[in-house]
Design a protein around this ligand. Structure first.
Ligand SMILES: C[S@@+](CC[C@H](N)C(=O)[O-])C[C@H]1O[C@@H](n2cnc3c(N)ncnc32)[C@H](O)[C@@H]1O
Length: 398
């Protein structure tokens, strides 16, 4: 879409069209488009339909806000989901940030959360349509007073006088996802320097960032939402304790765990309970911290499953009661599941090549009961553990 066409969506006629598309359903698109084209220019109808589709795609990330917001296709994909952006904005706010430069602002996912946290910001992006969309979002959500949008190359923006810089480099090109940090736009090395230019800095990176790539002076945070790891952030200027350069934050909650300097926990025999640490904990290399809180050991030196005879409440791992420990043998597992009338199998795996889909095809489970199967290694031996999830006991978190 051209910037001029997008601007027409913001006129009264464009807004009327978007209102008509509030209840947009893809299966009715053809009939709807035909009807709307009788009264409105075809180009505007296509633009409005495009926005209706993007709003629907954005709903899981932005919830109710999505219906009032505007998007570019790339912007929907690359934007930070509301829960994560709000968590980060709250942290900036707690750290005393009042004025921030949001470098690579995109459609404004982060900018909106930052402004709602009371932070005034300069939101910079080099793509004119993206900037127009970000400005329209600020207006639609009543945040224009706090968000100044500037269309520029971030590498040419002076950040003197700001309390903080937040950089969210583009990690996608027309060819797809970019894995090499040097190929981020702007490159990771530039964004790291930007993070050091103001009293506080933060930089969003892929959660798979190798720990060797985290600079010594950064605090690295991995964030998950409903158990799915969403991103890592390198913070500058937060002065973490020497023994706690890593942070795992689990949303909703929030539950935050810090550490990163403990040696790996010891491995031991499989006990009554199995704990599956959250992905953010694993990425942040904080499994040892969770093991210490639970008094748990690893089931294998190379596998991030913990085991203990005690059931303790923790937000950082899901707990299961183990019912069976079998050598890795699909036929035996199939017989056992038949005997127990298990038709719903949740399959988890770590350290084993067989995919859950392949195992499910082989098992053909049938029956009213449910079980969780862990395909893993115990003392370096391929093993199957049958288990049932257990509710966290009442009382304080460990
Ligand atoms: C990952 S998106 C930002 C998403 C944003 N934080 C949000 O939550 O909506 C990255 C953005 O960086 C912009 N960008 C990439 N390189 C840039 C540069 N050198 N200067 C300004 N913007 C740039 C792209 O246009 C893209 O909109």
């Amino acid at each position: 879409m051209e910037t001029e066409t997008f601007a027409r969506l913001l006129t009264d006629q464009g807004q009327r069209l978007l209102t008509e598309l509030r209840e947009y359903a893809p299966e009715e698109e053809l009939a709807l488009a035909t009807r709307l084209r009788r009264e409105h220019p075809a180009e505007l109808v296509s633009a409005a339909l495009g926005q209706a589709r993007l709003r629907q795609r954005a709903q899981p990330k932005f919830g109710d806000d999505a219906a009032r917001m505007y998007f570019t296709p790339n912007g929907v994909e690359q934007s930070t989901r509301r829960s994560v952006a709000e968590w980060r904005a709250a942290r900036f706010s707690r750290l005393g940030v009042a004025r921030l430069a949001d470098l690579c602002a995109g459609n404004g996912g982060d900018a909106i959360a930052l402004a709602r946290a009371g932070i005034s910001l300069l939101a910079v992006d080099r793509d004119p349509l993206t900037c127009a969309v970000a400005a329209a979002n600020a207006a639609a959500l009543g945040l224009s007073e706090l968000i100044e949008v500037r269309c520029a190359d971030v590498t040419e923006v002076a950040v003197d006088g700001f309390d903080a810089v937040f950089t969210d480099p583009a990690r996608r090109t027309a060819k797809g996802r970019v894995f090499d940090p040097a190929a981020y736009s702007p490159p990771l090395s530039w964004a790291i320097e930007a993070g050091r230019r103001t009293p506080l800095g933060a930089l969003k990176v892929a959660p798979g960032i190798p720990h060797e790539a985290v600079p010594e002076d950064a605090e690295a945070e991995w964030v998950s939402d409903h158990g799915e790891v969403k991103e890592a952030v390198l913070w500058f200027g937060t002065a973490p304790a020497a023994d706690a350069p890593h942070r795992a934050t689990l949303l909703p909650g929030p539950h935050t765990l810090t550490g990163g300097r403990l040696p790996d926990p010891p491995a031991g025999p499989v006990r009554r309970y199995l704990y599956e640490p959250d992905g953010a904990v694993i990425r942040a290399h904080l499994v040892a911290e969770v093991a210490a809180r639970l008094g748990a050991t690893l089931i294998d030196p190379m596998i991030a499953y913990l085991t203990s005879d005690q059931l303790l409440a923790t937000p950082f791992a899901h707990a299961y009661e183990i019912t069976d420990l079998l050598p890795f043998n699909v036929k035996k597992l199939k017989i056992l599941l038949r005997q127990r009338a298990v038709g719903t199998v949740v399959i988890k795996k770590r350290g084993i090549g067989l995919t859950p889909e392949e195992l499910r095809r082989q098992l053909k489970p049938e029956g009213p009961n449910t079980a969780t199967v862990f395909l893993t290694r115990v003392a370096d031996t391929p093993t199957m553990l049958l288990a049932q999830p257990v509710a966290q006991p009442a009382g304080g978190w460990m």
